[in-house]
Design a protein around this ligand. Structure first.
Ligand SMILES: CC(C)(COP(=O)(O)OP(=O)(O)OC[C@H]1O[C@@H](n2cnc3c(N)ncnc32)[C@H](O)[C@@H]1OP(=O)(O)O)[C@@H](O)C(=O)NCCC(=O)NCCS
Length: 167
């Protein structure tokens, strides 16, 4: 199997890397990247990874662990990498890493890390089953197991939130 066509349903088959240029409309009053713009880019790139696994429509169900570790300067390139870490019945977890690349030196610095959950939908807009993610390395298997625990925790969180709002 060539590198261009990784095996179906593997983590590698979902991997995405994009590069973004910061334009004047993307900055905050400090002249650095506005967090909301970065969140939109993260969501879009993560959705590509999830779609590669589901090969159908996906929607964002949740975003967690979104940390902005350092500001991104206007002249930096923004590099976003994403891959699916876990599949449950109809949902998938996607891990995202963001780096700021100094366009003059090529130096990269870690900026943001995020975990997002996407749900695959059928033509009626109802959750539909996704293939099980195939893990190929010990790291991927361990991360899959950790993500399974996060999946259960999110479900509990969501149920607690629903109860709060009904009360
Ligand atoms: C996400 C959504 C489709 C779930 O639909 P639902 O009818 O509540 O579905 P279910 O309760 O059967 O859950 C379906 C799956 O979603 C997961 N899920 C639902 N809400 C979730 C949340 N807040 N965080 C993480 N996972 C969630 C469930 O764990 C379940 O996963 P599994 O089948 O892999 O175990 C629905 O809540 C929705 O449409 N939300 C809005 C999505 C949206 O508009 N996103 C922004 C634009 S893309």
């Amino acid at each position: 199997m060539s590198k261009r066509h990784p095996k179906k349903h593997t983590v590698g088959a979902t991997r995405v890397e994009t590069a973004h240029v910061i334009l004047p409309g993307h900055t905050n009053p400090m002249g650095t990247l506005f967090g909301g713009v970065l969140v939109q880019w993260i969501d879009g790139v993560a959705a590509i990874a999830a779609t590669r696994h589901a090969r159908g429509v996906v929607v964002t169900a949740s975003m967690d662990r979104l940390h902005f570790l350092r500001p991104v300067h206007a002249e930096d390139f923004v590099i976003i990498r994403a891959e699916v870490t876990y599949s449950a019945r109809t949902s998938m977890e996607v891990e995202v890493w963001v780096e700021a690349e100094n366009r003059w030196t090529g130096e990269r610095a870690a900026t943001t890390h995020a975990l997002l959950t996407f749900v695959a939908l059928d033509e009626q807009g109802k959750p539909r089953p996704v293939p099980r993610l195939a893990t190929e390395t010990a790291f991927e298997r361990e991360r899959f197991a950790q993500a399974a625990r996060r999946h259960r925790a999110r479900l509990r969180e969501r149920q607690a939130l629903a109860r709060q709002w009904q009360a």
